[in-house]
Write a protein that binds this ligand. Structure first.
Ligand code: T1G
Length: 685
């Protein structure tokens, strides 16, 4: 087996090159090769310096995550980094792509770092529930300062090479050929002594104010809420300000091992692979090519149509947006421009880029102008007859091979496809609101959707920076379908004695961004309401009839002040009590545990049904939907991974205990029962 590391002499410089696709992960063979390369540089009399560089798309992108949980193979990465730093001859890191995690730690072990402008440097271990475990929490604050180190380790967000250069993390910016300039730089510093060792550089650490850490925690509550890793990252960096390197690195090791053995790290590492697996379509040949999408058509310039359009404009794809009135068009384009301007204020775009993106928008009242679009997305009112009429009209004007997509969030895509003569070109593209922000895209595969249409949708999703999950045709697809039992049981629990605040708190304590009723108030209690104010059959009807449509009306399940701060509503409590009386229900004390069983466990049961019906390709796809679509806490992996961690038998027993209260609304998934009986798992980890 040839080593992924090769060496080559270039004058008095030894080039140590890694070629370990796809991202030069620091697997055992790479680590062994790096140590061998340093030993070679050390031993060769004609060598005065070394350059470490990577082939392919990027500098080392970190430790090899596939090795986690397996018996360690020497040398460990900390040893490799220490060996590089201990080299008696200068070692230069030549950085391109993304120097991440252990990759940045290798670069920190080098005495000098040079990078091309397009490179990024980061320590995303926190996203895997970990911390930089190869000296990064000790070297980074010494080189880049405590404030920047804290921000990088606790968020995992990489910085640009330019920013790294400005803070001293990169010593030289390279224009042109990276290797050539890195060798020249190595030659330049070959005789510089003493060598700058990151583990000894103390300059910036002394600047740290005594309250830097507490201030940072106070200023970033969301970074720390529910997660274990960010705080341990902070503790490791704090150790770097209190102790000599050798002791600080012991703290780092201890904190790293605590995280690695915890459930959150397992969940977040599981999710790292789950997210990437979602992009793969079972049963479609890898040779199937996507169709070319040069122009996108969007029907409807409302909240969804505008948000959807922004995704394509931001990716540089022209959009023709159609509405029925100039006023609606102008309003839609105005909202899009204001959204872009708000993002520009946050530094996400320049004013020029906003102008360019809006310049790609072609707002029109002429439906037939969609004829030159390669993909047309309908984003109109969620009513089947309206959608079928639109698809019938599209069938007459769209060009051959145009993809016709519906943004429906529940309706039957096959029925919509049947309104055309080209069902093979019809697919569901379910964006989540706000569509220009939420990363999840459910790609709904109709019975007749052609493979290349599916491949095109998945490829386009990546291009517009969405995480796409393939869903089958069923009511609510994956995410919204699992919302149904949750909402059903949550509403019944109100009748039986719980309050909206109690039920929501069970969910926010669990780690969800909001509970079922907070979500209803945000999205709109009136979504799906029949609009007949005289027809009051349930609590939601009563709220809608009383104009309590949620936050947008200042009242829903909660009352809201002028800053949209919620408070429990005596009016709503009165409505609930009326319905209890009508139903002859005597309210009872309901435990948080029962609330969790009847809302979270029923979601898992529905997820199992989705799997057994083939409406999701794999259990991990369901987890990707819930993390990216609804904010399920990633440190719990997603509903199906969490169910495995809870234990499927415990979930079955909990549902059996709750069954008397759930009545006919509930039926067990056979797959869940079978897996529980056999002691199997959904997600296999
Ligand atoms: N280990 C193993 N495989 C990896 C990997 C890694 N670090 N990074 C990516 N892959 C695989 C990925 O699963 C996919 O495989 C393929 O490479 C392409 O990835 C001690 C402990 C580098 C920005 O967290 O952020 O260092 O699906 O689709 O969009 O302190 O990959 O093709 O079979 O994401 O171009 C820290 C994780 C590790 C970086 C490239 N490093 N990777 O994005 O490609 S922990 C990370 C990424 C650590 C030390 C600690 C991205 C990328 P497949 P991709 P991409």
């Amino acid at each position: 087996m040839t080593s992924p590391i090769s060496t080559e002499k270039h004058g008095h410089v030894l080039i140590i090159r890694s070629n370990n696709p796809p991202v030069n992960a620091l697997g055992a063979a790479v680590r062994q090769g790096l140590v061998a390369g340093i030993e070679e540089a050390e031993a060769a009399e004609d060598i005065k310096a070394a350059v470490i560089i990577c082939e392919g798309q990027t500098f080392f992108a970190g430790a090899d995550i596939t090795e986690f949980g397996k018996p360690p193979v020497m040398p460990w990465l900390p040893e490799v980094v220490d060996r590089i730093e201990a080299c008696s001859k200068p070692v230069v890191a030549a950085i391109h792509g993304t120097a991440l995690g252990g990759g940045l730690e290798v670069a920190l072990g080098c005495h000098y770092r040079c990078a091309v402008a397009s490179a990024k440097l980061g320590v995303p271990e926190v996203k895997l529930g970990l911390l930089p475990g190869a000296g990064g929490t000790q070297r980074l604050p010494r080189v880049a300062g405590v404030e920047k180190a804290l921000q990088m380790v606790t968020t995992g967000t990489p910085i640009s090479a330019q920013e790294a250069f400005e803070i001293g993390l990169v010593d030289r910016m390279i224009e042109g050929d990276l290797l050539q300039h890195a060798v020249a730089y190595a030659t330049e510093v070959a005789d510089v002594r003493p060598l700058p060792r990151s583990s000894e550089r103390q300059g910036k650490i002394e600047e740290a104010s005594p309250t830097a850490f507490d201030d940072f925690i106070a200023a970033n509550p969301r970074t720390f809420k529910g997660f274990e890793a960010p705080m341990k990252n902070l503790e490791a960096v704090r150790a770097a300000t209190l102790k000599p390197y050798a002791e600080g690195v012991m703290d780092e090791r201890k904190l790293f091992m605590e995280l690695m053995s915890g459930t959150q790290a397992k969940a977040q590492q599981y999710f790292f692979f789950a997210e990437r697996k979602a992009a793969k379509i079972e049963g479609v040949d890898e040779t199937v090519k996507p169709r070319e999408i040069k122009r996108v058509g969007v029907i409807g310039a409302g909240t969804m149509g505008g948000g959807i359009s922004m995704n394509f404009l931001s990716a540089g794809i022209p959009v023709t947006i159609v509405e029925m009135s100039q006023e609606a068009l102008d309003r839609g384009a105005g909202v899009m421009l204001r959204n872009y301007e708000a993002s520009a204020k946050k530094g996400r775009f320049t004013a020029e880029q906003v102008g360019q993106m809006m310049g790609l928008l072609n707002p029109t009242l002429d439906f037939d102008s969609l004829a030159d679009c390669d993909l047309i997305i309908e984003a109109v009112f969620e009513q089947m007859e309206i959608k079928k009429d639109i698809f019938g009209r599209l069938d007459k004007i769209a060009k051959p091979d145009a993809i016709l997509a519906s943004n429906t969030s529940y309706l039957n895509v096959d029925e919509i496809a049947a309104a055309t003569s080209r069902p093979q070109d019809v697919v569901g593209l379910h964006f989540f609101s706000p569509a220009n922000v939420m990363k999840l895209l459910e790609v709904v595969r109709g019975a007749k959707t052609a493979d290349d249409v599916l491949v095109t949708a998945m490829a386009l999703a990546k291009k517009i920076k969405k995480v796409a999950v393939v869903a089958g045709v069923c009511y609510g697809f994956i995410g919204n379908r699992m919302l149904i039992p949750r909402q059903t049981e949550a509403t019944k629990l109100l009748l039986e004695g719980a309050t909206p605040a109690q039920i929501d708190k069970v969910h926010t304590d669990f780690g969800m961004p909001m509970g079922p009723f907070q979500m209803a108030d945000l999205a709109g209690v009136d979504i799906g309401w029949h609009r007949d104010v005289n027809r009051i059959e349930n609590i939601r009807d009563a709220l809608c009839s009383a104009d309590r449509w949620g936050q947008k009306k200042g009242a829903g399940f909660y009352d809201y002040d002028d800053k949209r701060r919620p408070s429990p509503s005596p009016t709503v409590q009165g409505i609930i009590e009326e319905f209890r009386t009508k139903a002859g229900v005597t309210p009872r004390e309901i435990s948080d545990e029962e609330i969790a069983q009847r809302t979270l466990y029923t979601m898992v049961n529905e997820g199992a049904k989705i799997l057994e019906e083939g409406m999701a390709q794999r259990a991990s796809d369901i987890d990707v939907v819930w993390v990216y679509g609804y904010g399920w806490p990633v440190y719990r992996g997603g509903p199906m991974h969490w169910a495995d961690a809870e234990g499927l038998q415990k979930i079955v027993d909990g549902l059996k205990a709750a069954a008397p209260h759930m009545g006919d609304d509930f039926s067990f998934s056979q797959l869940l029962l079978d897996k529980a009986a056999k002691g199997e798992k959904f997600t296999g980890r």
